[in-house]
Design a protein around this ligand. Structure first.
Ligand code: AGP
Length: 609
């Protein structure tokens, strides 16, 4: 996820672009850049790392152009570097982009065959060359962008300027957000509202396959055929602080709601439903050693460790390979029996967790093939692994991990299908069927989010409880652990996750009328057993909050509260089960007045032991 901004007006563009990028930096901070058009020439400035590095670069400059574009990058294709930083230029075109172009490899091949030379590894530069190659046939910028957009597959929000015409900025979007700002004699494009609130509160929203043409005279909206569209102007009443969170009260809530997009971006371009082929080229040289791997070790910390526990169920079912899951701080100090015939998977959102990094180095030293499932391109773990499967969840600001977690589960499922197919454990038809289940997940997550108000009401009953117990079985057991962690880390209420079958071996002694028991009771292979566990809790006067498959009247009539999730296959159910547990923890923490985004004693990335 990146942040883009475009400006045309009477003021010097750079300060306005920089001010806007400051409000977009939460969307990406691998690099930043601006480009302005002045005296008929482009001036492009880019810097790796945080926006402050670009500001330092600009301090010694006086760029006077009154039209320009700006970008903060969250790397998806190509590591954080100046060559890969936006804006990207090709001929008379400069542009910035947020999204992932799925067919960029094919487009790049065709453009290179026309003699075009590329400076970066990015999909974005391909768009710039594509537009320039069309513009050079004598088309104005608007027509060139319109024609190019028809060839793009995947997601994009772009802001484009043309050295041939200093009086126009063109925006286009598909699958990534783009708003248009209407100021006094000045007009804006931006990834979201915070970037332009300092200049105007009047915005209009572009839909997919629409374009905005900004000139000093005003804004035109068209579809990809060039048909003019009318669009209502919205007056934004947010205060600036709310604006950075996209109108959400906390980053955590915003990121909970970003999960459909995060999952979509994590699967986008990685498989063909027609052929059942899964593309995980970024695994790189590790690919050759996958076929002969005898065992998998998954190692991680915290929420990422919970993802690994679900991964065990996925790999053993989909790829029929023994999978061991370890907490990194334990693995690194054991004498782990890991070696050259093994595959070691490090799961880490940040890519900087000290224990996970140390465990991975230990496994590498012992000869294992190491793959990272990571959310940060260019992070230490991703650079030291033999191969990487990136989750494209975008920057996760809230300390409590939400969208990165469900993106990890998504990546693990995809990898399980890939691995099962590679090892002959899954037929092509079986992979295709499971891919159908996967492509429905973003929509099913949207439906889970619809229970938000209902969950908030349940939270009001129990936010003063001293203890919670979370119970699950099978692939949902790790989600019981995750639900308990979410609650305890942001509300400071003691909570435990437990395998439901273990109730009679101890935790049942805890049951009383004060302790809410959250039971993950989705319809899966152990449903009858979980039903029995619910009765065990009720028989002792316990309070049961059940997360159940929608329409399950049997559960609904037996429990104190029920929260529904849509049906899906049992390996994908953990993703859906996570959503209500995230919302329950969130609302309880808010009711307690806790510091949701920055809970006490915690850090977003634990880079020390
Ligand atoms: C999860 O909500 C916590 N913030 C924490 O457990 C986190 O998952 C853990 O520190 C691992 O971080 P990583 O994924 O960046 O390695």
């Amino acid at each position: 996820m990146c942040g883009i901004i475009g400006y045309i007006g009477k003021e010097t563009a750079v300060p306005i672009l920089i001010e806007g990028l400051k409000k977009l930096e939460y969307r990406g901070y691998d690099s930043a850049g601006v480009a302005v058009l002045q005296d008929g020439k482009f001036e492009v400035r880019r810097a790796v790392g945080k926006l402050q590095n670009l500001e330092a670069l600009l301090r010694s400059e006086t760029l006077t152009g009154k039209i320009g574009v700006g970008h903060v990058r969250w790397a998806t294709h190509g590591r954080p570097s100046e060559e890969n930083a936006h804006p990207h230029r090709a001929g008379s075109i400069v542009l910035v982009h947020n999204g992932i172009i799925e067919n960029y490899v094919a487009l790049k091949k065709d453009l290179a065959a026309q003699g075009r030379v590329f400076q970066s590894e990015t999909d974005t530069e391909v768009i710039a060359h594509l537009i320039d190659s069309i513009a050079q046939k004598g088309l104005a910028l608007e027509e060139a962008v319109r024609e190019a957009a028809k060839h793009l597959e995947g997601a994009y929000a772009i802001a484009v300027i043309d050295e041939r015409d200093p009086d126009v900025v063109v925006g286009a979007r598909k699958g990534s957000p783009l708003v248009v700002g209407l100021g006094l004699g000045e007009f804006f494009l931006a990834s979201d509202i915070p970037a332009i609130l300092h200049r105007t509160r009047d915005v209009l929203f572009l839909n997919d396959d629409e374009m905005a043409i900004l000139t000093p005279e005003g804004v035109r909206i068209t579809d990809l055929k060039g048909t003019e569209l009318t669009r209502e102007v919205t007056r934004v009443m947010w205060n600036p602080v709310m604006a950075e969170k996209g109108g959400y009260r906390h980053f955590m809530l915003k990121e909970i709601y970003e999960q459909p997009r995060a999952i979509m971006d994590t699967i986008r371009g990685r498989f063909s439903q027609d052929t059942g082929v899964i593309h995980l080229e970024e695994i790189g040289p590790a690919y050759d050693r996958l076929k002969t791997a005898k065992k998998i070790f998954i190692v991680a910390c915290g929420t990422s460790w919970h993802a690994g526990l679900v991964g065990k169920y996925m790999f053993e079912e989909l790829a029929s390979i023994t999978t061991e899951v370890d907490i990194a701080s334990e693995f690194r100090y054991r004498s782990p029996l890991v070696g050259k015939d093994d595959l070691f998977i490090a799961i880490t959102q940040s890519g900087e967790t000290a224990d996970t990094l140390a465990a991975m180095r230990e496994a590498k030293k012992r000869g294992a093939t190491v793959i990272a499932i990571c959310n940060v391109v260019g992070s230490t773990v991703s650079r030291e692994a033999d191969g990487v499967i990136y989750t494209h969840a975008g920057p996760e600001i809230g300390v409590a991990s939400t969208k990165a977690f469900t993106a990890q589960l998504t990546a693990l499922y995809l990898f399980g299908l890939f691995f099962g197919s590679l090892r002959g454990a899954l037929s092509t038809d079986s992979v295709k069927k499971r891919l159908v289940d996967l492509v429905h997940v973003p929509t099913l997550v949207e439906r889970c989010l619809e229970a938000n108000e209902h969950i908030e009401q349940i939270a009001k009953h129990y936010f003063k409880a001293n203890d919670f117990l979370y119970l699950g079985r099978g692939p949902n057991f790790p989600i019981a652990l995750e639900g308990a962690l979410k609650l305890k880390e942001i509300s400071y209420i003691h909570a435990e996750g437990y395998p439901a079958g273990e109730m009679k071996h101890g935790p049942i002694a805890l049951i009383d009328e004060k302790m809410p028991v959250v039971v993950l009771a989705g319809k899966n292979g152990v449903y009858d057993k979980i039903l029995a566990n619910i009765e065990e809790v009720k028989a002792r006067g316990g309070i049961v909050i059940a997360i159940m498959t929608e329409g399950d009247a049997e559960i609904a009539k037996r429990v104190t509260h029920s929260i529904s999730i849509p049906a899906t296959n049992q390996l994908l159910m953990p993703i859906l089960m996570s959503i209500p547990l995230q919302l329950l923890a969130y609302h309880i923490a808010v009711l307690l007045g806790a510091d949701v985004d920055q809970p006490r004693n915690l850090a977003k990335s634990v880079t020390v032991e």
